[in-house]
Design a protein around this ligand. Structure first.
Ligand SMILES: Cc1cc2nc3c(=O)[nH]c(=O)nc-3n(C[C@H](O)[C@H](O)[C@H](O)COP(=O)(O)OP(=O)(O)OC[C@H]3O[C@@H](n4cnc5c(N)ncnc54)[C@H](O)[C@@H]3O)c2cc1C
Length: 425
């Protein structure tokens, strides 16, 4: 195999494979260096194996980082419409299953990896697996990759090594070392889209419960983030999409040693007044002759009922008609604001993404090129951008991979033209 390429990409994940395809479509000779035994391992885990690969609802509100607006010039070049077309042309029939989330109609994340690899093969993008990169150096205008398999050289380099989340899929944070060695700054990195650990002992009692609700995160008593949906209670804390959505803020709060808690509202569709009225009706009208515990059956899962009553200091066996007005107001308040003190998260191993990464101030958002290492490009989660749950992280990977792949080739073409002009002078 030739050891000299136009573009060498580090990482055969979502953004790296896309960058490789786009660069090769521009006529470049491309090599992808991957340290795992196969490509796209994290893609296989996405959307519970079904791959929520984009979302029709877009905007900077769905992205986080030091500067979320950084995504805009990237999405203007390659957004949802272009992504859907890109995958349809590769053979993916997109299905809009819920709230704007797109999945392949096959119901298999593996289809996404397969079509990307078929396209790489068609375009003769080389992928070298099980590569151990010791160092990436920039010498004159070129990059050299010092690996256990020898030295490879290229005109442009794209770092697409992902973050630190779910390291068994390959994104173990090692890519950040190359980036730091090449002079770039990394912002604080924390696990995001991750389960949160709580302190309260009642969590063990309600483990396994899934209920519709609203979660509000407070850091040092200040409301920071909120989301609604299916809350999943676990024996260690809170999980489910709403918990994931607020978890990045919790991770940063914990990193800074701050005190945080979440308030869970199990009747978010009702106002305080409506909740009190509902509870009174159940206890004092329908509930006559029933115990307090029985009066809530049918409204909440059984295990949750006992926690609500215990937290409201109402004995489970107390006759419902004997509950005072104060008891019922108290109970309504517990149902709408059950407090869980957050003492940790389940960490990078269980997180879906990394919040933080390469400082976006050091990257040109129209090309994804380093502002001070010419020819060095970045794509995907390695950059300080993290999306909400719902297809946003993969959208960022496809979009930034495309922009980096195309710009890496355009830069070379420009340099070539300048060289030819100089030669002809
Ligand atoms: C369980 C789970 C479910 C998810 N579900 C969704 C979802 O449904 N929708 C969504 O949008 N997002 C989802 N995500 C997030 C999404 O998968 C990632 O944000 C996305 O894959 C990031 O793409 P990437 O190319 O930046 O990194 P990755 O896809 O992680 O690819 C990085 C690649 O680089 C390789 N690599 C790393 N270091 C080196 C090195 N030193 N040398 C060589 N190769 C290296 C890795 O092995 C890997 O192949 C999920 C994540 C997880 C863990």
């Amino acid at each position: 195999m030739s050891r000299r390429f136009d573009v060498i990409i580090v990482g055969a994940g979502a953004s790296g494979l896309t960058a490789g395809i786009q660069a090769a479509r521009m006529g470049a000779h491309v090599l992808i260096l991957e340290h795992m035994e196969k490509a796209g391992k994290k893609i296989l885990a996405t959307g519970n194996g079904k791959c929520n690969f984009t979302n029709e609802k877009q905007g900077i509100a769905y992205y986080n980082g030091k500067n979320p607006a950084f995504v805009l010039p990237v999405f203007r070049q390659f957004g949802v419409t272009e992504t859907l077309r890109f995958f349809e042309e590769l053979g993916i029939y997109p299905q809009n299953l819920r709230e704007g989330c797109y999945y392949p109609a096959s119901g298999q994340a593996a289809s996404i990896v397969e079509v990307l690899l078929m396209e790489c093969k068609r375009l003769e993008v080389r992928i070298l697996y099980n590569v151990g990169i010791r160092e990436i150096r920039q010498e004159a205008e070129d990059f050299s990759f010092h690996t256990k398999q020898g030295i490879f050289e290229s005109r442009s380099c794209i770092i697409a090594t992902g973050g630190k989340a779910a390291k068994k899929t390959g994104s173990d944070g090692s890519g950040f070392l190359y980036v730091a060695n090449l002079g770039h700054t990394l912002t604080d990195m924390v696990p995001a889209l991750v389960q949160m650990q709580g302190k309260q002992s009642f969590l063990k009692e309600i483990a396994g419960i899934r209920a519709k609700g609203k979660i509000t995160l407070y850091i040092e008593n200040r409301k920071v983030a909120q989301d609604c949906g299916e809350l999943q209670m676990t024996e260690f804390g809170v999980s489910g999409i709403p918990a994931f959505q607020v978890s990045r803020y919790a991770s940063y709060g914990l990193l800074q040693g701050k005190r945080l808690f979440v308030i869970l509202n199990f009747l978010p569709q009702f106002s305080k007044r409506q909740t009190v009225d509902l509870i009174k009706k159940r206890f004092l009208t329908y509930g006559k002759g029933k115990t307090a515990e029985q009066a809530l059956v049918g409204l909440f899962p059984r295990k949750l009922i006992s926690v609500f009553l215990t937290e409201a200091n109402i004995p489970l066996g107390k006759k419902s008609q004997n509950c005072s007005e104060k008891d019922l107001i108290n109970l309504a308040q517990v149902i709408q604001s059950l407090r869980v003190d957050i003492i940790g998260t389940k960490g990078f191993d269980n997180a879906q993404v990394t919040a933080g990464g390469i400082d976006t101030d050091e990257i040109n958002p129209t090309t994804m090129e380093s502002r001070f290492v010419p020819g060095l490009f970045f794509a995907g989660e390695v950059v300080d951008i993290d999306g909400m749950c719902g297809g946003y992280n993969l959208q960022w990977a496809w979009s930034s991979g495309t922009v980096a792949g195309i710009a890496a080739v355009q830069r070379m073409e420009k340099a070539e033209k300048t060289f030819q002009t100089h030669e002809s002078l």
